[in-house]
Design a binder for this molecule. Structure first.
Ligand code: BYC
Length: 336
């Protein structure tokens, strides 16, 4: 029930192209390939291969679920934010994440999948969402750290998706990235305040949060390229523009300097500049932890899914009322 181990909505998408059945199909396929090769965008009304569609539904729906589940660890702190200003910022951020989920569900719907199908996949435990949201937010410093590292990793991963070949996804990502950029900065600023003006206990709280979030954040980019079954085809289709490992490296390189400004230590003794590579070397990532969390056995997988299912069940009366109201409005319009 709680596993993220598969997403039936498009799992077979990665196994190659659908068999081409007719000369007309072949022409469409050639036109599609030519568009992709030219770097053109594909719109919802355009013909596309089944597996391209399924891969997009898989990725976009997982992305939407991540935004919605991602509201939970932060929502936990709205009532406990230390000042009114921090509460207002956090509230706005969590609302933004809800909005991102909606843009993304809407983008996935353009591919012919209903929102109910996507929710059903999430609630039944079939669909994946980002591993990062299965970790607990234990202190207020976690809020700043999630903004700085988690939103920072999200932006690094998502900016290239603004150039994804599927136009409705790319358009949604442009707005999302602008907002994520604000989220990352507010997280960094919250930590900077604690590190520069805080007590020793507050500084220790920040360091502890960074120690706990660093490795899960660099796992967010997904498995290493040579163990990423979807990458080659998604890169060929222009869905992914930059590989998991390249993005992870860019994130690490950008974050080291920010950590220095904050005055925190990143918890990796092997992290050091490599002059030859012009990049940072870093320690071994515990991929068994990543796969355990993705497989449903992280610290908070059960709690997160139970919270989503409860929210869905508790909201049933709102959906029923909205449908009843819409039906009545339609009756009134017909009678007029
Ligand atoms: N967690 O072949 P790969 C946010 C799965 S929202 C869980 O490399 P792909 C934010 C992957 O799905 C963050 N599962 O896959 C929100 C695949 O399994 P399936 C979410 C992961 O798709 C609120 C298998 O591992 N961002 O940042 O080529 C507040 C093999 O991987 C993860 C997005 O969703 C993971 N971390 O590449 C703050 C961005 N990584 O599906 C922040 C859009 C991999 O074959 N998505 N898996 O069963 C992507 O860019 C790509 O889907 C990924 C994975 C880079 C994540």
């Amino acid at each position: 029930m709680y596993t993220q181990a598969m997403d039936t909505m498009g799992k077979d998408a990665v196994d190659g192209e659908k068999t081409i059945r007719s000369a007309e199909d072949m022409q469409r396929q050639q036109r599609f390939d030519a568009h992709i090769d030219a770097g053109d965008f594909i719109e919802a009304k355009d013909w596309m291969p089944d597996n391209y569609r399924k891969t997009l539904v898989r990725q976009i729906s997982q992305h939407a679920h991540s935004e919605i589940v991602g509201m939970l660890p932060e929502g936990n702190w709205i009532s406990r934010a230390p000042t009114l200003k921090r509460k207002a910022i956090l509230l706005a951020k969590v609302q933004d994440e809800g909005g991102h989920g909606l843009y993304l569900y809407a983008a996935a719907e353009t591919l012919g999948t209903s929102r109910d199908q996507m929710f059903e996949a999430l609630h039944s435990g079939k669909a994946k969402y980002s591993s990062i949201f299965n970790y607990p937010t234990l202190t207020w410093a976690d809020m700043g750290t999630v903004g700085w590292l988690v939103d920072g990793a999200a932006i690094m991963n998502q900016v290239p998706i603004c150039r994804c070949s599927y136009a409705p996804y790319a358009r949604a990502m442009i707005r999302i990235c602008r907002e994520e950029s604000f989220h990352q900065r507010q997280g960094f600023e919250a930590l900077l305040t604690m590190m520069k003006q805080g007590t020793d206990a507050q500084k220790a709280m920040v360091q502890d949060a960074v120690n706990r979030w660093w490795w899960p954040s660099i796992m967010m980019f997904g498995p290493p390229d040579d163990q990423s079954p979807n990458s080659a085809q998604s890169m060929r289709w222009g869905i992914k523009r930059i590989s998991n490992d390249e993005l992870r490296q860019k994130f690490i390189d950008a974050t080291v300097e920010q950590a220095r400004i904050l005055g925190v230590t990143l918890p990796d003794p092997d992290l050091k500049w490599n002059e030859e590579r012009q990049a940072h070397d870093f320690g071994t990532i515990d991929w068994s932890e990543f796969w355990r969390v993705v497989g449903g056995d992280g610290p908070c997988n059960r709690e997160r899914l139970a919270a989503r299912v409860k929210a869905w069940d508790d909201g049933a009366w709102v959906r029923d009322a909205a449908l009843a109201h819409a039906a009545r409005q339609q009756q009134v319009a017909l009678a007029a």
